[in-house]
Design a protein around this ligand. Structure first.
Ligand SMILES: C[S@@+](CC[C@H](N)C(=O)[O-])C[C@H]1O[C@@H](n2cnc3c(N)ncnc32)[C@H](O)[C@@H]1O
Length: 340
């Protein structure tokens, strides 16, 4: 493990973390982690967390839709990537032709096998379910950034909402540390899951909490610190955290994990953006806080002392095995699922 901790104690580290996020404008904080590949309607770690929550609430009942949504996320991310590289509306025409013909590439771009598979399968579905045809039509008519494509990104939000609306479930307390400006909560609200649970989110940065409370006044958001989670012991059925731990010192990270273990009674889903199968953590203090690269083996070992069972899901490997996906944009993405 390289480099020592620049902070004398957790109070000093908390002050530095708060300052690091407070230096940004409110509007930037509200947008920077919820667009493009990180749009929680198509970003795989967000879909995985929501899938786990659905599975917790309705065990075994919605697996088909969960997997369909994973593929939807992959396909829309693929189209988004192509649209960034070749924004012209004729790209949509060429891609559509290639998919209809089952070609392996178009205009020197490889067509992902999961896209072709989804296309072929959706050909059998009702017209209104063919989200790929709709996306290509919309792209041809109004360009990728047009309103129509943006609305299509909400396809599964609407599908979930219409299904969950009628479902009855047991009470479930969901806790989200480092919730940002309701970055993931916005998709919980849009898909109807928020209405099924008792959600509480907290974040160290007051500007994020102001944004979240302004946009979702009915939800419970507060300023809080993962070093001292504002919740009593074993009070959360389902806790999730996205993209926080890489920014903490080793001491801070350990304290955060212990706090997660203290307050969670069911399952915790911890999502990382920079983790790898490497022998040790690489600790990198930067900009007054940290940008670490975490070792999945070390994380797993730490977690084993804190919970009953740990699952490691390395995103790129999971998507390769499940969908033949070879182009996931972030090889450092991984999720640890802790069972208490
Ligand atoms: C990279 S952002 C991730 C935000 C959100 N979870 C997402 O994935 O979009 C990290 C967030 O952690 C918050 N944060 C930093 N240190 C924290 C701490 N000690 N306790 C709680 N939140 C913290 C920041 O304010 C910021 O909103």
């Amino acid at each position: 493990m390289a480099s020592s901790n620049p902070f004398a104690n957790l109070q000093e580290e908390s002050d530095a973390l708060r300052e690091a996020w407070m230096r940004h404008e409110e509007t930037f904080l509200g947008d920077y982690l919820v667009s493009e590949v990180e749009d929680p309607r198509i970003h795989f770690p967000s879909l995985l967390t929501r899938g786990m929550l659905v599975e917790t609430l309705f065990p075994g009942k919605q697996r088909d839709l969960i997997w369909q949504e994973y593929r939807f996320g992959l396909c829309m991310s693929f189209l988004q990537k192509v649209a960034r590289q070749r924004p012209g509306i004729q790209t949509a025409t060429h891609l559509r032709h290639a998919l209809e013909q089952g070609l392996k590439e178009f205009k020197s771009m490889t067509i992902a096998s999961y896209l072709q598979e989804a296309w072929d399968e959706l050909q059998q579905a009702a017209e209104e379910e063919h989200y790929l045809k709709q996306a290509l039509d919309a792209w041809q008519q109004t360009a990728w950034d047009g309103k129509q494509v943006q609305e299509l990104l909400g396809t599964f939000m609407r599908r979930w909402a219409s299904i969950l609306h009628e479902q009855v479930t047991k009470p479930c307390v969901v806790l989200e540390p480092a919730c940002g400006s309701a970055n993931d909560y916005r998709s919980l609200a849009a898909c109807g899951l928020a209405a099924k649970v008792h959600y509480r989110g907290f974040d160290l940065c007051p500007k994020n909490i102001e944004n979240a409370n302004r946009d979702y006044p009915q939800a419970a958001f507060e300023v809080g610190n993962i070093f001292d989670i504002p919740a009593s012991d074993k009070s959360a059925d389902f806790l999730y955290v996205h993209d926080l731990f890489e920014h903490l010192s080793v001491k801070g990270m350990q304290r955060g994990f212990e706090e997660v273990a203290r307050v969670t009674r069911g399952m915790a889903v911890l999502s990382f953006f920079n983790a790898a199968y490497c022998p040790s953590h690489t600790i990198r203090p930067r900009d007054g806080y940290h940008w670490n690269r975490l070792s999945l083996g070390c994380l797993q070992k730490t977690m084993k002392d804190l919970c009953c069972e740990v699952e490691v899901i390395h995103t790129a490997s999971f998507l390769k095995n499940a969908f033949g996906c070879h182009d996931y944009h972030n090889p450092g993405s991984a999720t640890l699922v802790l069972h208490f």
